[in-house]
Design a protein around this ligand. Structure first.
Ligand SMILES: NC(=O)c1ccc[n+]([C@@H]2O[C@H](COP(=O)([O-])OP(=O)(O)OC[C@H]3O[C@@H](n4cnc5c(N)ncnc54)[C@H](OP(=O)(O)O)[C@@H]3O)[C@@H](O)[C@H]2O)c1
Length: 315
């Protein structure tokens, strides 16, 4: 078998994508796997890294963070995985662990078996979007707002209202499902109307059409829906500027908790405003030190959550 493999490189900082070849990884270190990649999903992170030149110091760089494939080699000490197992996992911002190559390394503690009902492509739609939703909502601070750090099925927030802004995104779809798993209700989402039926199948109880209602009108519309139940939790996927983030923050109950997928612009505006609101900016990777314990718990839970239908792949 050839010791070379095909790879998709970003050839230099903010440079072009090029197909090239590189040595195939072998002999994984303890605790790791080598996986033959069968599917690697596209993610906004791929183009953002290319265009903005972030996260990588060394080039050529390999991206691709949503990966599914077959275990090729198993490192010492790895329990629960054998050659040939179908697995999925999140890639990392380091060439050896990224998805756009034929073989890649993966830390076994952040790998899950693919449930029987899923294809490789469906499995590859989970990792980064799900991690961003789950870390933000479920992991303890500072990573997230701490709703359910161990994926405990008995956690019950019924009667508490939650809002997902940008419910049509991949992150938003997983956020809705995780809020349903934690039994929030009502679960309101702000997304294009053509997503409404699907988002309701994932657990949204109310869908506000972003093509009909502007962001500045959203507080009023949400208030009408929840006059008796202030919004305790917001996951804001799509607000990146201060004006939009202030609108979300204004909708949140005084003791509410909010997750932002974009960089928070709120700090200077809300420090010292006297409220007990919590705002967390998520970093959707299990690899960074503060997310690792949560990442292990998440990957242990994933196979069952999908088999039980609590989480479905992005449409
Ligand atoms: N902090 C982190 O670690 C992290 C990790 C992952 C992603 N992100 C960020 O989260 C965002 C979503 O990522 P993703 O992978 O979930 O995206 P995605 O699946 O590619 O989302 C695409 C959808 O976004 C919807 N959309 C676009 N602008 C919107 C807006 N202003 N309001 C509501 N919906 C809007 C569009 O829906 P319609 O046009 O159909 O309405 C489109 O279907 C990206 O900006 C990404 O960079 C952050």
């Amino acid at each position: 078998m050839s010791s070379e493999q095909k790879v998709l490189f970003i050839e230099s900082k903010q440079g072009r994508f090029v197909v090239s070849s590189t040595p195939k990884p072998t002999s994984p270190p303890p605790g790791e796997l080598i996986v033959k990649v069968q599917a690697a999903a596209l993610n906004p992170a791929d183009w953002k890294i290319q265009v903005f030149g972030v996260f990588y110091e060394k080039y050529p760089a390999i991206v691709g963070y949503d990966v599914a494939g077959d275990v090729e080699e198993v490192g010492e000490g790895v329990v629960g995985f054998r050659k040939g197992d179908r697995v999925f996992f999140q890639g990392h911002f380091v060439n050896e662990y990224a998805g756009f190559q034929q073989y890649t390394r993966a830390r076994a503690e952040f790998v899950a078996h693919i449930p029987k009902q899923l294809s490789y492509s469906q499995a590859a739609s989970f990792p980064l979007g799900l991690a961003t939703a789950a870390i933000g909502l479920y992991a303890n601070q500072p990573s997230g707002i701490g709703l359910n750090p161990l994926f405990d099925s008995s956690v019950n927030y019924s009667g508490q209202a939650a809002l997902v802004i940008g419910g049509g995104t991949s992150v938003g779809q997983y956020a809705i499902q995780l809020l349903r798993y934690a039994k929030f209700g009502p679960i309101i989402t702000y997304a294009s109307g053509h997503h409404s039926e699907y988002l309701k199948s994932l657990g949204a109880t109310e869908c506000i059409d972003r093509k009909q209602v502007s962001l500045s009108q959203l507080p009023e519309v949400v208030k009408k829906l929840t006059s008796a139940a202030p919004i305790k939790v917001i996951y804001d996927v799509t607000s990146y500027d201060i004006d939009s983030q202030l609108i979300s923050y204004g909708i949140l109950a005084d003791d509410g908790r909010m997750v932002l997928a974009g960089e928070s612009k709120l700090k200077d505006k809300i420090d010292g405003d006297g409220s007990k609101k919590t705002v967390v900016r998520v970093f959707g990777s299990p690899y960074i030190p503060e997310n690792q314990e949560f990442g292990k718990a998440m990957y242990k839970s994933l196979n069952k959550l999908i088999e039980d239908g609590d989480l479905v792949a992005k449409a």
